[in-house]
Design a binder for this molecule. Structure first.
Ligand code: AMP
Ligand code: MN
Ligand code: MN
Ligand code: MN
Length: 279
Protein backbone atom coordinates (compact mmCIF):
# COMPACT_ATOMS: atom_id res chain seq x y z
CA UNK A 1 0.00 0.00 0.00
CA UNK A 2 1.31 3.50 -0.82
CA UNK A 3 1.94 5.73 2.14
CA UNK A 4 -0.96 8.18 2.60
CA UNK A 5 -0.17 11.85 2.03
CA UNK A 6 1.06 13.63 5.13
CA UNK A 7 -1.58 16.21 6.07
CA UNK A 8 -0.92 18.60 8.97
CA UNK A 9 -3.97 20.82 9.32
CA UNK A 10 -3.30 22.69 12.56
CA UNK A 11 -0.30 24.83 13.55
CA UNK A 12 0.69 28.32 14.70
CA UNK A 13 3.09 31.04 13.55
CA UNK A 14 4.28 34.33 15.03
CA UNK A 15 1.04 35.85 13.70
CA UNK A 16 -0.46 34.35 16.89
CA UNK A 17 1.39 32.39 19.58
CA UNK A 18 3.78 30.27 17.51
CA UNK A 19 7.55 30.74 17.64
CA UNK A 20 8.32 30.56 13.90
CA UNK A 21 7.49 33.12 11.23
CA UNK A 22 5.00 31.79 8.64
CA UNK A 23 7.71 31.19 6.02
CA UNK A 24 9.96 29.40 8.53
CA UNK A 25 7.07 27.23 9.65
CA UNK A 26 6.37 26.18 6.06
CA UNK A 27 10.05 25.40 5.53
CA UNK A 28 10.07 23.18 8.59
CA UNK A 29 6.90 21.41 7.47
CA UNK A 30 8.45 20.67 4.05
CA UNK A 31 11.63 19.38 5.68
CA UNK A 32 9.53 17.12 7.91
CA UNK A 33 7.79 15.55 4.93
CA UNK A 34 4.44 17.30 5.21
CA UNK A 35 2.60 17.19 1.85
CA UNK A 36 -0.34 19.46 2.70
CA UNK A 37 -0.15 22.10 5.43
CA UNK A 38 -2.78 24.39 6.96
CA UNK A 39 -1.69 27.40 9.03
CA UNK A 40 -4.34 28.01 11.70
CA UNK A 41 -3.38 30.98 13.85
CA UNK A 42 -5.66 31.96 16.72
CA UNK A 43 -8.35 34.41 15.52
CA UNK A 44 -5.90 35.72 12.92
CA UNK A 45 -5.24 35.30 9.20
CA UNK A 46 -2.43 37.83 8.68
CA UNK A 47 0.22 35.08 8.35
CA UNK A 48 -1.47 33.24 5.49
CA UNK A 49 -0.10 35.24 2.54
CA UNK A 50 3.54 34.76 3.60
CA UNK A 51 2.98 31.06 4.31
CA UNK A 52 1.23 30.49 0.98
CA UNK A 53 4.01 32.21 -0.95
CA UNK A 54 6.71 30.10 0.72
CA UNK A 55 4.67 26.93 0.20
CA UNK A 56 4.46 27.69 -3.54
CA UNK A 57 8.28 28.03 -3.67
CA UNK A 58 8.69 24.69 -1.93
CA UNK A 59 5.91 22.97 -3.91
CA UNK A 60 4.04 22.12 -0.76
CA UNK A 61 0.26 22.29 -0.91
CA UNK A 62 -1.10 24.97 1.40
CA UNK A 63 -4.53 25.36 2.99
CA UNK A 64 -5.70 28.70 4.38
CA UNK A 65 -6.87 28.20 7.95
CA UNK A 66 -7.68 29.84 11.26
CA UNK A 67 -8.41 28.67 14.80
CA UNK A 68 -11.44 30.48 16.21
CA UNK A 69 -11.86 31.07 19.98
CA UNK A 70 -15.40 30.32 21.14
CA UNK A 71 -17.19 30.39 24.50
CA UNK A 72 -19.69 27.60 25.04
CA UNK A 73 -21.34 26.44 28.24
CA UNK A 74 -18.83 28.31 30.40
CA UNK A 75 -15.72 26.88 28.74
CA UNK A 76 -13.50 27.93 25.84
CA UNK A 77 -13.69 25.77 22.72
CA UNK A 78 -11.49 26.09 19.64
CA UNK A 79 -12.83 25.51 16.14
CA UNK A 80 -10.47 25.35 13.18
CA UNK A 81 -11.68 26.76 9.86
CA UNK A 82 -10.06 25.12 6.81
CA UNK A 83 -9.99 26.33 3.22
CA UNK A 84 -11.30 29.72 4.22
CA UNK A 85 -11.19 32.73 1.93
CA UNK A 86 -8.90 35.21 3.74
CA UNK A 87 -10.41 38.02 1.66
CA UNK A 88 -13.96 37.51 2.95
CA UNK A 89 -15.12 40.67 4.74
CA UNK A 90 -17.53 38.94 7.11
CA UNK A 91 -14.84 36.51 8.25
CA UNK A 92 -12.32 39.35 8.65
CA UNK A 93 -14.75 41.43 10.74
CA UNK A 94 -15.72 38.46 12.86
CA UNK A 95 -12.10 37.63 13.66
CA UNK A 96 -11.37 41.29 14.35
CA UNK A 97 -14.22 41.35 16.88
CA UNK A 98 -12.81 38.29 18.65
CA UNK A 99 -9.30 39.79 18.77
CA UNK A 100 -10.52 43.07 20.21
CA UNK A 101 -10.89 41.87 23.80
CA UNK A 102 -7.35 40.47 24.02
CA UNK A 103 -5.52 43.67 24.99
CA UNK A 104 -7.77 44.47 27.96
CA UNK A 105 -7.72 40.84 29.00
CA UNK A 106 -3.91 40.92 28.97
CA UNK A 107 -3.89 43.99 31.25
CA UNK A 108 -6.21 42.24 33.69
CA UNK A 109 -4.07 39.09 33.59
CA UNK A 110 -0.99 41.18 34.41
CA UNK A 111 -2.85 42.94 37.27
CA UNK A 112 -3.80 39.57 38.70
CA UNK A 113 -0.23 38.26 38.42
CA UNK A 114 1.01 41.45 40.12
CA UNK A 115 -1.38 40.79 43.02
CA UNK A 116 0.17 37.34 43.26
CA UNK A 117 3.63 38.92 43.55
CA UNK A 118 4.70 38.80 39.90
CA UNK A 119 5.38 42.32 38.58
CA UNK A 120 6.04 43.44 35.03
CA UNK A 121 4.28 40.62 33.20
CA UNK A 122 2.44 42.81 30.68
CA UNK A 123 5.66 44.35 29.35
CA UNK A 124 7.35 40.96 29.72
CA UNK A 125 4.68 39.14 27.74
CA UNK A 126 4.76 41.76 24.99
CA UNK A 127 8.44 41.07 24.38
CA UNK A 128 7.28 37.68 23.04
CA UNK A 129 4.52 39.18 20.89
CA UNK A 130 5.04 39.74 17.20
CA UNK A 131 1.45 40.72 16.41
CA UNK A 132 0.25 43.20 19.06
CA UNK A 133 -3.39 42.37 18.28
CA UNK A 134 -2.84 38.80 19.29
CA UNK A 135 -1.47 38.76 22.81
CA UNK A 136 -2.44 35.56 24.58
CA UNK A 137 -1.68 33.30 27.50
CA UNK A 138 1.26 31.61 25.76
CA UNK A 139 3.16 34.92 25.70
CA UNK A 140 2.65 35.26 29.45
CA UNK A 141 3.75 31.65 29.90
CA UNK A 142 7.03 32.39 28.09
CA UNK A 143 7.62 35.39 30.36
CA UNK A 144 7.00 33.22 33.45
CA UNK A 145 9.59 30.72 32.16
CA UNK A 146 12.11 33.49 31.41
CA UNK A 147 11.78 34.84 34.97
CA UNK A 148 12.10 31.30 36.40
CA UNK A 149 8.71 31.26 38.08
CA UNK A 150 8.23 27.95 36.26
CA UNK A 151 10.46 25.48 34.45
CA UNK A 152 8.64 25.40 31.11
CA UNK A 153 5.52 26.55 29.28
CA UNK A 154 3.62 23.43 30.25
CA UNK A 155 4.21 24.08 33.97
CA UNK A 156 3.23 27.72 33.49
CA UNK A 157 -0.22 26.38 32.51
CA UNK A 158 -0.29 24.16 35.62
CA UNK A 159 0.48 26.88 38.16
CA UNK A 160 -0.75 30.03 36.43
CA UNK A 161 -3.09 31.29 33.68
CA UNK A 162 -5.78 28.63 34.17
CA UNK A 163 -9.00 28.77 36.15
CA UNK A 164 -8.34 29.02 39.88
CA UNK A 165 -4.69 30.11 39.43
CA UNK A 166 -3.03 33.55 39.31
CA UNK A 167 -3.22 35.28 35.96
CA UNK A 168 -6.50 33.70 34.93
CA UNK A 169 -9.15 36.09 33.67
CA UNK A 170 -12.47 34.70 32.43
CA UNK A 171 -13.15 35.90 28.91
CA UNK A 172 -16.10 35.99 26.54
CA UNK A 173 -15.05 34.82 23.07
CA UNK A 174 -17.42 34.41 20.10
CA UNK A 175 -20.60 32.40 20.60
CA UNK A 176 -20.62 28.99 18.89
CA UNK A 177 -23.17 30.15 16.34
CA UNK A 178 -21.23 33.35 15.54
CA UNK A 179 -17.88 31.54 15.33
CA UNK A 180 -19.32 28.95 12.96
CA UNK A 181 -21.01 31.62 10.89
CA UNK A 182 -17.70 33.47 10.38
CA UNK A 183 -16.09 30.27 9.09
CA UNK A 184 -19.05 29.48 6.84
CA UNK A 185 -19.10 33.06 5.51
CA UNK A 186 -15.48 32.53 4.48
CA UNK A 187 -16.45 29.30 2.70
CA UNK A 188 -14.47 27.19 5.18
CA UNK A 189 -14.93 23.80 6.75
CA UNK A 190 -15.41 24.03 10.54
CA UNK A 191 -13.46 21.40 12.52
CA UNK A 192 -13.59 20.98 16.29
CA UNK A 193 -10.02 21.32 17.57
CA UNK A 194 -8.48 18.91 20.13
CA UNK A 195 -11.81 17.68 21.60
CA UNK A 196 -10.02 15.68 24.29
CA UNK A 197 -8.76 18.87 25.93
CA UNK A 198 -12.15 20.14 27.06
CA UNK A 199 -13.34 19.24 30.50
CA UNK A 200 -16.68 17.94 29.27
CA UNK A 201 -18.54 14.84 30.37
CA UNK A 202 -19.56 12.41 27.64
CA UNK A 203 -23.11 13.79 27.79
CA UNK A 204 -21.85 17.38 27.52
CA UNK A 205 -19.59 16.45 24.58
CA UNK A 206 -22.57 14.88 22.80
CA UNK A 207 -24.66 17.99 23.49
CA UNK A 208 -21.86 20.14 22.12
CA UNK A 209 -21.44 18.01 18.98
CA UNK A 210 -25.17 18.13 18.28
CA UNK A 211 -25.14 21.94 18.48
CA UNK A 212 -21.91 22.06 16.48
CA UNK A 213 -23.47 20.03 13.65
CA UNK A 214 -26.63 22.13 13.76
CA UNK A 215 -24.53 25.27 13.33
CA UNK A 216 -22.78 23.84 10.28
CA UNK A 217 -19.80 22.15 11.96
CA UNK A 218 -18.33 19.57 9.58
CA UNK A 219 -15.36 17.87 11.19
CA UNK A 220 -13.47 16.89 14.31
CA UNK A 221 -9.77 16.46 15.05
CA UNK A 222 -9.18 12.81 15.82
CA UNK A 223 -5.39 12.71 15.55
CA UNK A 224 -3.89 15.69 17.38
CA UNK A 225 -0.91 16.09 19.71
CA UNK A 226 -3.42 16.68 22.53
CA UNK A 227 -4.75 13.11 22.30
CA UNK A 228 -3.59 9.82 23.75
CA UNK A 229 -3.85 6.61 21.71
CA UNK A 230 -7.08 5.80 23.57
CA UNK A 231 -8.47 9.20 22.59
CA UNK A 232 -7.73 8.56 18.89
CA UNK A 233 -10.21 5.72 19.17
CA UNK A 234 -12.69 7.57 21.39
CA UNK A 235 -13.00 10.49 18.94
CA UNK A 236 -12.95 8.23 15.88
CA UNK A 237 -16.08 6.62 17.31
CA UNK A 238 -17.71 10.00 17.94
CA UNK A 239 -16.77 11.18 14.43
CA UNK A 240 -18.62 8.21 12.95
CA UNK A 241 -21.57 8.50 15.32
CA UNK A 242 -22.09 12.20 14.48
CA UNK A 243 -21.23 11.91 10.79
CA UNK A 244 -18.25 14.25 11.16
CA UNK A 245 -15.20 14.29 8.91
CA UNK A 246 -11.94 13.40 10.66
CA UNK A 247 -8.92 15.71 10.79
CA UNK A 248 -5.24 15.39 11.65
CA UNK A 249 -3.10 18.23 12.99
CA UNK A 250 -0.07 18.66 15.22
CA UNK A 251 -1.03 22.02 16.82
CA UNK A 252 2.70 22.76 16.58
CA UNK A 253 3.74 26.04 18.25
CA UNK A 254 7.51 25.85 18.13
CA UNK A 255 10.68 23.78 18.45
CA UNK A 256 11.46 22.95 22.05
CA UNK A 257 7.98 23.93 23.13
CA UNK A 258 5.71 21.48 21.33
CA UNK A 259 5.88 17.77 22.05
CA UNK A 260 4.90 16.80 18.51
CA UNK A 261 6.61 18.34 15.49
CA UNK A 262 4.94 19.27 12.20
CA UNK A 263 3.72 16.20 10.33
CA UNK A 264 4.87 13.78 13.04
CA UNK A 265 1.59 12.17 13.97
CA UNK A 266 0.08 8.74 13.34
CA UNK A 267 -2.08 8.45 10.23
CA UNK A 268 -5.85 8.68 10.48
CA UNK A 269 -7.50 5.30 10.65
CA UNK A 270 -8.53 4.32 7.05
CA UNK A 271 -12.11 3.65 8.16
CA UNK A 272 -12.65 7.37 8.84
CA UNK A 273 -13.78 9.86 6.22
CA UNK A 274 -11.08 12.56 6.26
CA UNK A 275 -11.78 16.29 5.97
CA UNK A 276 -9.75 16.20 2.73
CA UNK A 277 -11.85 13.47 1.05
CA UNK A 278 -13.00 15.83 -1.71
CA UNK A 279 -10.03 18.22 -1.92
P1 AMP B 1 -5.45 32.12 24.74
O1 AMP B 1 -6.08 32.07 23.39
O2 AMP B 1 -4.76 33.41 25.02
O3 AMP B 1 -6.41 31.73 25.84
O4 AMP B 1 -4.30 31.04 24.76
C1 AMP B 1 -4.56 29.71 24.39
C2 AMP B 1 -3.24 29.02 24.10
O5 AMP B 1 -2.57 28.76 25.30
C3 AMP B 1 -3.40 27.66 23.45
O6 AMP B 1 -3.56 27.76 22.07
C4 AMP B 1 -2.06 27.05 23.76
O7 AMP B 1 -1.09 27.54 22.88
C5 AMP B 1 -1.77 27.60 25.13
N1 AMP B 1 -2.14 26.63 26.18
C6 AMP B 1 -3.30 26.50 26.83
N2 AMP B 1 -3.25 25.51 27.73
C7 AMP B 1 -2.00 24.98 27.64
C8 AMP B 1 -1.29 23.93 28.30
N3 AMP B 1 -1.87 23.20 29.25
N4 AMP B 1 -0.02 23.69 27.93
C9 AMP B 1 0.59 24.41 26.96
N5 AMP B 1 -0.03 25.42 26.31
C10 AMP B 1 -1.29 25.70 26.65
MN1 MN C 1 -1.82 28.50 20.97
MN1 MN D 1 -6.42 25.31 20.45
MN1 MN E 1 -3.97 25.51 18.08
Amino acid sequence: MPRPLNYDLHCHSTASDGLLAPAELVGRAAANGVDILALTDHDEISGLAEARARAAELQLRFVDGVEVSISWGGITVHVVGLNIDPGNAQLQQGLQSIREGRKDRAKMMADDLARAGIPGSLEGAYTYVDNPNLIGRTHFARFLVEKRYVRDVKSAFQHYLVQGKPGYVPHQWATLSDGLSYIRAGGGLAVLAHPGRYKLTRAEMRKFLAEFKDGGGAGIEVVTSSHSTEQYLEYAILAKEFGLLASRGSDFHGPGESRVDLGKLPDLSPDLKPVWHDW
